[in-house]
Design a binder for this molecule. Structure first.
Ligand SMILES: Nc1nc2c(c(=O)[nH]1)N[C@H]1C(S)=C(S)[C@@H](COP(=O)(O)OP(=O)(O)OC[C@H]3O[C@@H](n4cnc5c(=O)[nH]c(N)nc54)[C@H](O)[C@@H]3O)O[C@H]1N2
Ligand SMILES: Nc1nc2c(c(=O)[nH]1)N[C@H]1C(S)=C(S)[C@@H](COP(=O)(O)OP(=O)(O)OC[C@H]3O[C@@H](n4cnc5c(=O)[nH]c(N)nc54)[C@H](O)[C@@H]3O)O[C@H]1N2
Ligand code: SF4
Ligand SMILES: [Mo]
Length: 704
């Protein structure tokens, strides 16, 4: 396709239409390739690239109307200074970039002189997941400063740690390999909303005879088209997986030669699962013993069998061990390294970046301490001291909407002595508590390089249009801040293109998958497949596992140091343990909304209309009846941490005792200025400081 073309009718002949290649920057495994049609400097059409192997020419429901986000009337166009109370919507004055940068640098220098740079905390997550605008932007400046580090554990830290401990790397098949599967188990994963480009392939596999099982307490969009849907009690999946293994071992359906050759600890695991007979597991999970036995037999006998999961299932107090148990299953049945079989979690480890180039750590002072992002509220209100956090710099994140235990975060952000800067495209709920707000560019206005976590292609995002107003990219702001702070390292001055070129050159020697991938080639081709040799096309088919033992570690002694049992085990999260008799609280699950990505897009009118103007919660008819709640009624959802008001959807999509209300709703666009994260817990899981959003017991009652 020509990238520059004169267009159409004679009257339009003077207009030049450009087609600009890009990458969807949002936190989604599909990382689509996009095409922006630009006319007279304005983006007029935004579509999926037809030639991209995953995108296949279409974008999901949330990103299709992207230009509505890019040209949203609420886009921030200049820096702002707060001139009223923290948290207010309308007490702002526009200021120049010069003033904003010198005020920030001045305040930081005072704080560093008095408390040390540890008193400064950068907070970011996944507004964009680009390599420059997230990975590099969240390291270089802060390393140079010696600021506090951030433990980035809000999303999938426990799963990453568990899968890495077990298999050594996050390698996964391409979506299209599901066409070779005969059995597909989607475990606590809702790709119809969260990995949409997997779905047409799954349907095709099903047409070709594959049997699809979904394991999720909610009847999700994905579950509706499955052949079988199991609804375990939340956070009991570890027990379910151990119960399946019990049946596999006791009926001799495990693949002993494979386990003998490629794993360690399988006999220990067999001993462990002896105490998980189906009847016992049925009591824990609420799934009948017959169903457990039938699924185990199916797993043992149907090959190739693919087990796919994502991060939702592990946002529980026991998330680490849950994933350890789930991800052991493909090994037990000898399906690892088999086309159409095995484990599909993430593709993130096909590329290894040179860490030094990302962060230039060796030239910087040591990171003084690391603050767990899930405990932001606690950290701001005294959990972190000596020095206390005196300055917060938020970019690529909206913690007042997306981080647990909102009430505590607000308490922290209201501290008069806390200096807060927020860099975003919009005056988000978080931005309202800032002293200085900086306007950010959208993906159409910035350059970046993207690696996907759901497929094996890298992509270049060319800027399609000029920055709106005075908005600037994350990296461009950090270059200005570095200069104002007097940091003169060349790696704090590079353009985004220079960063990408340097990173590719430095990483190629340690990452053979980057062979032949250069900035120039990315700029010319947009999408470039990772260089993966044929013998590694099916993950782990060469029998190589980069664990300490070189094998699948079903018993993983390295986990002992992390305080974990080296064998998968089921322990109920503290939130659910020792519940009093007759406890009528429900478990609130707050996973992905179909039309938003976390809180991104939750201010786009057409998407709010599709998702439902009033934030909703699904509860089972029995639970509703007992509380006098009818469909459409407003209910108060509460616990000791806080509360929010939602509209009841009475539905058998959820089992009794479970309620579902998607994440992402803006406080300022909700009538009570609250959302589900007022109730969620900032307790950490059993592994890697993981968030525990779904281990959340709430009362639900009719709102007054
Ligand atoms: N549309 C949309 N897409 C997104 C996002 C979004 O917000 N919206 N977010 C993106 C991000 S940041 C991420 S990390 C991924 C997440 O991708 P997914 O993990 O697929 O999505 P989630 O909705 O978080 O969780 C998946 C499912 O886990 C289920 N679940 C919760 N607790 C349990 C449990 O105890 N057991 C079992 N078996 N299931 C459980 C939920 O009911 C939910 O349906 O999606 C990404 N894509
Ligand atoms: N209750 C509940 N809460 C959850 C979850 C859950 O399952 N349940 N899931 C959690 C998960 S998995 C995740 S990953 C987190 C995500 O949490 P966050 O990373 O905080 O994601 P968002 O809320 O989407 O906020 C991203 C912000 O970045 C801004 N942004 C986008 N692009 C740019 C850019 O280029 N520059 C700058 N400066 N800003 C930009 C967006 O406008 C948006 O305001 O949410 C977590 N929150
Ligand atoms: S959010 Fe995901 S599916 Fe939607 S356009 Fe972006 S990468 Fe593609
Ligand atoms: Mo996430």
């Amino acid at each position: 396709m020509p990238l520059v073309q004169g267009k159409g009718t004679p009257s339009e002949a003077s207009h030049v239409t450009r087609l600009v290649r890009g990458a969807c920057p949002h936190d989604c495994p599909d990382t689509c390739a996009t095409l922006t049609e630009v006319r007279d400097g304005r983006a007029v059409r935004f579509t999926g690239a037809p030639e991209h192997p995953v995108t296949q020419g279409w974008l999901c429901a949330k990103v299709r109307p992207y230009l509505e986000r890019v040209y949203h009337p609420d886009r921030l166009l200049t820096p702002l200074r707060r001139i009223g109370p923290k948290g207010a919507a309308d007490h702002w004055e526009p200021i120049s970039w010069d003033d904003a940068i010198s005020e920030i640098a001045g305040r930081w220098q005072e704080i560093i002189a008095r408390y040390g740079a540890a008193a400064i905390l950068p907070y970011s997550y996944s507004g964009t997941i680009g390599v420059v605008q997230l990975s590099v932007a969240s390291r270089r400046l802060w390393n140079r400063m010696g600021a506090s580090g951030l433990e980035r554990s809000i999303c999938g830290a426990a799963a990453v740690a568990a899968v890495t401990a077990t298999y050594g790397a996050r390698w996964a098949p391409e979506y299209a390999e599901v066409l070779d599967s005969r059995l597909v188990v989607l475990w606590g994963h809702n790709p119809a909303s969260t990995a949409p480009h997997f779905m047409p392939l799954l349907r095709e596999a099903q047409r070709r005879g594959a049997y699809v099982v979904v394991i999720d307490p909610r009847r999700t969009l994905t579950a509706r088209s499955a052949d079988e849907h199991l609804q375990p009690r939340p956070a009991t999946d570890g027990a379910l997986a151990l119960g399946l293994m019990h049946v596999l071992f006791s009926e001799g359906l495990h693949d002993e030669p494979w386990l003998e050759a490629h794993s360690i600890g399988w006999r220990d695991l067999r001993d462990r699962v002896a105490s998980y007979p189906p009847e016992h597991v049925a009591e824990i999970t609420g799934i009948s013993a017959e169903t457990i036995v039938a699924l185990a037999r199916r797993l043992g006998k149907t090959k190739p069998a693919l087990l796919k999961f994502a991060d939702g299932v592990q946002r529980h107090g026991n998330g680490g061990q849950t994933v350890r148990a789930i991800c052991s299953l493909p090994a037990i049945v000898g399906q690892v390294g088999v086309r159409g079989g095995g484990l599909s979690y993430q593709t993130s480890d096909y590329i290894t970046y040179d860490a030094e180039t990302i962060g230039h750590k060796s030239e910087c002072p040591p990171t003084p301490r690391v603050v767990n992002m899930n405990r932001l509220g606690a950290a701001l209100t005294g959990e972190v001291s000596e020095p206390p956090i005196m300055a917060l710099y938020v970019f690529n994140a909206n913690p007042l909407v997306s981080t647990p235990n909102t009430g505590r975060i607000i308490q922290g952000m209201l501290r008069p002595d806390l200096f807060t800067v927020v860099h975003d495209l919009f005056l988000t709920d978080t931005a309202r508590y800032a002293d200085i707000v900086l306007p950010a560019t959208s993906q159409l206005e910035q350059v970046d390089f993207h690696e996907a976590y759901g497929h094996r292609n890298v992509q270049y995002n060319e800027a399609a249009i000029a920055p709106l107003g005075e908005s600037k990219s994350n990296w461009d702001v950090m270059r200005l801040l570095a200069q104002a702070m007097g940091y003169d390292e060349p790696w704090l001055r590079q353009t985004a293109e220079e960063v990408i070129a340097e990173l590719l050159d430095a990483s190629r020697p340690i990452s053979p998958t980057l062979e032949g991938i250069t900035l120039e080639r990315l700029q010319a081709e947009g999408t470039v497949p990772d260089t993966i040799p044929p013998e590694r096309d099916v993950p782990f088919s060469d029998g190589y596992f980069p664990t300490p033992s070189g094998k699948v570690e079903l018993r993983c002694d390295a986990l002992i140091a992390a305080g974990l049992d080296p064998l998968p085990e089921y322990v109920a999260p503290a939130e659910f343990a020792n519940r009093p008799q007759g406890d009528s609280r429900l478990t609130l699950i707050t996973g992905a909304a179909h039309h938003f990505v976390s809180s991104s897009f939750a201010n786009v009118p057409s998407l709010i209309a599709k998702e439902g103007a009033i934030p909703w919660i699904e509860i089972h008819p029995d639970d509703a009846r007992r509380r006098g709640i009818t469909a459409g009624a407003m209910v108060t959802v509460s616990n000791a941490r806080g509360e929010c008001r939602l509209r009841a959807m009475v539905s058998e999509n959820v089992a009794p005792g479970v309620a579902v209300a998607p994440k992402g709703r803006w406080l300022s666009l909700s009538h009570d200025a609250h959302n589900v994260n007022w109730t969620t817990s900032d307790a950490l899981a059993d592994l890697a400081g993981q968030s525990t959003f779904h281990s959340n017991l709430v009362e639900i009652r009719l709102a007054e």
